[in-house]
Design a protein around this ligand. Structure first.
Ligand code: NAD
Length: 347
């Protein structure tokens, strides 16, 4: 029987191997390293092909493809968003992703991305926070204590100097789970009964809730001057978290405006409402935080370049390790035109 040639085997990182890799590197260290890769890629923004992600909406949720390429590598992520899933014992967000070589078109990496999405989202949030949040930030309100929440808290601890998190979720069991998971993290964890209580004394407010509708997690009177809002959960048409008046008082920072105007908090504003692109802040072409009374808002929806950066990071992190399996997913006959012959010889 013809064996697949060595070059046709694609490294595959399973959920198990991803978890082993994260333990090997350390959660906070890995988030910080992914953030460095994202920052490097945002700084060469113009070298990427960019398009808003491609969604398939249904009454149950959304399934999306997120592609990009820098001309040498091509990457995409498959991701879903199903807020109703947790009530059925399933994840709201699951994902996998692929990298390919632009020259041959051959895949070079296939990996789980449910864990990796939580890590890259936290990395992006804290990276943006390191540019926009007040330098004296120590306290973060974490509203929505689901799957992403611990990753967010640890990222802001590692990269923005947060030492206290104030947790709130409409489901007290989620808050209890989050507080339990953060017990030995080095963070002071305060559980709160209302969102008003959670934002008390916080310089950073992260909203990371899941609901397939226009929700109002924060109202205007809850947001004082000088805070940084990291709004993660509003990431689909018809799915937002903030009252429109907060947007009108904030300086709004986005990943890729063409996608954020469809999916982000700024759906609530006119199409030409000014926003600043984070890559421009990172390259020094645009201003970040100007003063300590300004409200900065990161209207995060998650963009394909962040996944590309995370995929490239994993590709180099697994090199020379046992944290992957070679996957026989490409038919690669010795005579490239003899695909049929290869099939017959296998019989
Ligand atoms: P999850 O379902 O595990 O957690 C969401 C939590 O929000 C739940 O515990 C739920 O009880 C809570 N919640 C719902 N309504 C609330 C309210 N009004 N006030 C307080 N808490 C409330 O979901 P997750 O995986 O943590 O994801 C959270 C959100 O972040 C989702 O909407 C997801 O689509 C989004 N997300 C965004 C990005 C990004 O890059 N921006 C990346 C990943 C996930």
């Amino acid at each position: 029987m013809t064996q697949p040639s060595e070059k046709a085997l694609v490294p595959f990182v399973s959920v198990d191997n991803m978890m082993r890799l994260v333990h090997h590197i350390g959660v906070e260290r890995m988030i910080t390293q992914i953030a460095a890769q994202i920052e490097a890629d945002f700084k060469r923004w113009e070298s990427f092909d960019k398009t808003p992600r491609i969604p398939a909406h249904s009454p149950h949720g959304v399934i999306e493809l997120m592609p990009t390429s820098d001309g040498e590598a091509y990457g995409f992520k498959y991701v879903n968003g199903h807020p109703k899933n947790t009530s059925e014992g399933l994840q709201t967000v699951t994902a996998f992703g692929l990298l390919a070589d632009v020259y041959t078109g051959y895949p070079t990496l296939l990996t789980e991305m449910t864990m990796l999405t939580a890590l890259r989202t936290a990395a992006t949030s804290a990276l943006v926070g390191s540019y926009l949040a007040p330098k004296s930030s120590r306290v973060m309100a974490m509203i929505g204590n689901g799957a992403q929440s611990e990753f967010q808290c640890l990222a802001f601890k590692a990269m923005c100097g947060i030492d206290t998190v104030r947790l709130y979720d409409t489901d007290p069991a989620a808050t209890e789970k989050c507080a339990g998971n953060l017990k030995n993290s080095g963070l002071t964890v305060v559980t709160c009964k209302t969102p008003e209580d959670a934002i008390e004394g916080a310089q950073i407010i992260t909203t990371c809730t899941a609901d397939k509708k226009y929700a109002t997690i924060l109202t205007d009177n809850m947001v004082g001057p000088g805070v940084h809002i990291n709004a993660i959960g509003g990431d689909c048409p018809g799915k937002t978290e903030l009252h429109r008046d907060i947007l009108l008082r904030s300086d709004i920072f986005v990943e890729y405006p063409e996608q954020t105007r469809i999916e982000g908090e700024i759906q609530a504003l006119v199409d030409d409402h000014p926003v600043t692109e984070m890559w421009q802040v990172m390259t020094g072409q645009a201003e970040g935080r100007r003063d300590d009374r300004q409200i900065t808002l990161f209207d995060s929806v998650g963009f394909a370049i962040e996944d590309f950066s995370a995929l490239r990071y994993i590709q180099s992190a697994i090199e020379g390790t046992g944290f992957f399996e070679p996957l026989d997913m490409l038919a690669d006959p010795d005579n490239p035109r003899d695909l049929f012959g290869m099939l017959m010889r296998a019989g």
